[in-house]
Design a protein around this ligand. Structure first.
Ligand code: FAD
Length: 328
């Protein structure tokens, strides 16, 4: 691991100044991803600015939503009464990830910005355009069982690993940012990028920007939301495919729906085609399956991950069926 200096930020402005002033400086949350990446040589920051003491509250918003501070630990989000009752998909997504110890350390900001778990990204001996731009992608023709089926490019087939972000994307979350040029907000669906020919850039963040919080809007249908994660082991494993969904059914018809997928793309995947296909349709297994088919139309399998296409369709249909009252 490279030598680095450590600073603890006293406030948001101080944190931004510290990172802006020093080339090679990075924010540090719980360190559960960044420190691993430093040990593996994938990241080499010269300064770490600890931001875990900032933005540590979960607040009710006037309009009925919730603002979750970026420094709130993942465990605290999952345990929060308002999250559990008003946005259960979010609590379930967080609890499906990592382990109790890691969730106790991990922060909301760090979870949003955790990097891919592509094994070639972590392996310094492998070619990886995300780790070293222009070197190629060994995953494209390598062992790619865990890789992307949607939105990938010849430069990169990595997936975004966060469970929490899949629920946040489904629930219309908005990320609050502060940076050297002021504050702004961004829908979480627009924060993470598809790889294109610049896979080394994961997000639309501008240099030095700090995530200060994630806002969940008032969303009554989110009370009927859930998260389903399909993985190789029952715990301590990343998603092969995951589904976050919220569903409102009136007189047997889908009145409103939110749907997002994890484990399938370089970003948490908002399933807009499936949502459009479902609205106004009977809340039946046939409609859920048809919506899943619509979403996966453009899926492109790699050598080892064709199974993810059918898995995603079944996971979507089963999750919607569960929310519609089907006991499967
Ligand atoms: C063994 C293991 C298993 C795991 N399993 C899962 C799983 O199943 N599902 C899952 O979703 N995750 C899983 N994780 C990942 C885990 O959720 C992340 O490591 C964690 O959420 C990262 O949060 P952190 O606060 O520790 O981030 P850090 O490691 O501190 O930081 C991560 C990145 O975010 C940046 N950053 C941190 N805070 C801010 C901020 N406020 N503003 C701007 N940038 C910031 C850092 O600079 C860094 O680039 C696993 C991790 C491990 C080690």
């Amino acid at each position: 691991m490279n030598p680095f200096s450590f600073e603890r930020a006293a406030d948001v402005a101080g944190a931004i100044n510290l990172v802006h002033a020093k080339a090679g400086a990075k924010y540090l949350g719980g360190g559960t991803n960044l420190v691993d990446l430093m040990r593996e040589g994938c990241e080499r920051p010269e300064t770490l600015v600890d931001v875990t003491a900032l933005s540590t509250a979960i607040e009710d918003r006037d309009g009925g939503g919730l603002l979750i501070g970026a420094g709130v630990r993942n465990t605290a989000v999952a345990e929060h009464r308002g999250v559990r009752t008003r946005y259960p998909a979010l609590a379930r997504a967080i609890l499906s990830g990592a382990s109790g110890q890691i969730r106790n350390m991990a922060t909301v900001g760090g979870n949003v910005l955790q990097r891919t778990r592509c094994t070639y990204f972590y392996d310094e001996a492998a070619h990886c355009n995300k780790r070293e731009p222009g070197t190629g992608c060994d995953a494209v023709d390598g062992f790619n069982r865990i890789h992307a089926i949607l939105g990938a490019s010849p430069s990169c087939v990595a997936t975004h690993p966060s469970d929490m972000c899949v629920a946040l994307v489904a629930l219309d979350a908005v990320v609050h940012l502060e940076g050297p040029n002021g504050a702004r907000t961004l829908p979480l669906t627009d924060l993470h990028r598809l790889p294109g020919d610049r896979p080394e850039i994961d997000t639309e963040l501008r240099p030095g920007e700090l995530i200060t919080g994630v806002e969940l809007p008032e969303l009554p249908l989110a009370q009927r939301s859930t998260y389903r994660k399909v993985r190789d082991r029952a715990s301590y494993a990343f998603a092969l495919v995951s589904v976050a969904a919220a569903l409102e059914v009136e007189n047997g018809t889908v009145k409103d729906v939110r749907l997002a997928l994890g484990g399938v793309a370089h970003k948490p995947w908002r399933a807009a085609k499936a949502e459009a296909a479902l609205k106004g349709q009977p809340a039946t297994e046939a409609s859920f399956r048809a919506a899943a088919e619509a979403e996966l139309t453009d899926a492109k399998p790699l050598r080892d991950n064709g199974f993810k296409i059918e898995l995603a369709k079944r996971a979507i249909a089963a999750t919607l069926g569960e929310l519609a009252g089907d006991k499967r």
